[in-house]
Design a protein around this ligand. Structure first.
Ligand code: SF4
Length: 402
């Protein structure tokens, strides 16, 4: 029996697909080089944009036609086809989180050709992932998100943030080093808040932040992220980075995604003193206009973002000469154009911010209205598509095609 996995979306989905492959391998399946040769076809879905979701519907329809054809073609050889279509990832994640069961029912009605809807939580971390990249290993450190940016469907598809146990991550990276991997990419929706849930679960009855700060954890040193002068979350991310840097054989550590509001001074200092940690920092800004940022429920102003960039440039440019990878700081970002109500002037503020930062790369998206999100409920998707595309082109030319 053979399997084939088609992955849509981000690095987190890619890492999930490597775990799905591992569970198939454990059951004696072999990977198929081509979709046509597989007995089980697994589609790992993404819902971040409507277009990604539509591609899944299109693919399932095509597969269903292929399955019928295949069934007739093989009738005499195998009596009946074993071809199974399995759907997993964000579309299933969102459906199974709906306690009423309505969403799963609707999904099953829309995709009657699918044999199984697999929630990714059922895959687990029991088997060694089948890694596609032999140089750089993807290592998930957390899953889900608590931030609820108003445009984003991820908190509904992946649920609340859950961190993987500290020791489990360290053991996995030690194993990878022994296997000869030199680079790792730590993955989470908001890596900087890694460990906040671990800490909170251990100090449930302690209300004071200072009390938490003074706790001794076997996991290590807690860093508190401050936002607007107030403690926001306790995190173990800087300590995790420090610990992973000490693993012999690992030469480069990358991470994605880190959000601006949880990028503490401690984290910057940790990067600065560890030459193994990447100087390619992905720092999603989404917009350069304060009113739009507020409507997006992003926890910073453009001034705070620029201040953070200034700190990163000061600290990491200065320290770059010690970096093993001999990199200078390079900043990349995510930007959404045409968020509901975004005026031309507000868009120009984003252009201005991009000029000031000098991003080397940007993942640009035209705003896509997603179900369940706060933006979907509160705002009209009122920027015409033509204008969204114009704004996208302006930034594409400024950042990606310069
Ligand atoms: S931080 Fe915001 S954009 Fe990123 S996954 Fe969480 S809700 Fe979505």
């Amino acid at each position: 029996m053979k399997y084939f996995i088609k992955t849509f979306g981000c690095a987190a989905n890619e890492a999930d697909s490597e775990r799905i492959a591992a569970s198939y391998k454990a059951r004696g399946f072999k990977p198929a080089d081509r979709l046509e040769d597989a007995d089980h076809i697994i589609i790992n879905t993404c819902m971040v944009r409507e277009s990604a979701e539509n591609r899944v519907y299109g693919l399932v329809n095509n597969l269903a036609r292929f399955k019928i054809k295949n069934c007739f073609a093989k009738q005499n050889l195998r009596k009946q086809t074993k071809l199974k279509i399995i759907v997993t990832g964000c579309m299933v994640g969102m459906a199974v989180r709906d306690k009423t069961g309505k969403m799963l029912k609707v999904l099953k009605q829309r995709l009657p050709q699918v044999d199984e809807f697999l929630p990714i939580e059922e895959v687990g971390f029991d088997y060694t992932p089948v890694r596609g990249d032999k140089q750089k290993a993807l290592v998930p450190i957390s899953n889900g998100c608590n931030n609820f940016c108003t445009f984003c469907i991820v908190p509904f598809t992946r649920g609340r943030e859950i961190s993987r146990p500290f020791e489990e991550i360290v053991s996995e990276v030690k194993r990878l080093a022994k296997q000869g991997y030199k680079e790792i990419l730590l993955i989470g929706q908001n890596v900087n808040s890694y460990g906040a849930d671990i800490i909170k679960s251990k100090v449930k009855n302690q209300k004071s932040k200072m009390q938490i700060k003074n706790q001794n954890f076997k996991e290590g040193k807690i860093t508190f992220v401050k936002h607007l002068g107030r403690y926001r979350i306790p995190t173990l991310f800087p300590y995790l980075l420090d610990t992973l840097c000490k693993i012999k054989g690992i030469e480069k550590i990358d991470f994605i995604s880190s959000n601006p509001w949880d990028f503490s001074d401690e984290l910057i200092n940790t990067i600065a003193r560890n030459p193994k940690i990447t100087r390619n920092i992905h720092l999603p800004v989404q917009s350069g206009d304060n009113d739009i940022l507020k409507k997006m429920n992003r926890w910073y102003t453009r001034e705070e973002y620029l201040e953070l960039v200034k700190k990163l440039k000061l600290k990491l440019f200065a320290e770059s000469k010690f970096c093993v990878a001999k990199q200078n700081l390079k900043l990349s970002t995510d930007i959404i154009v045409g968020f509901p109500g975004e005026t031309k002037e507000q868009f120009e503020n984003t252009v201005d911010l991009c000029r000031k930062v000098g991003f080397y790369k940007a993942y640009l998206a035209v705003y896509s209205d997603r179900p369940l999100t706060a933006a979907h409920k509160a705002f009209d998707d009122d920027v015409p598509y033509k204008e969204k595309k114009r704004r996208w082109n302006v930034l594409e030319k400024l950042i990606n095609k310069k």
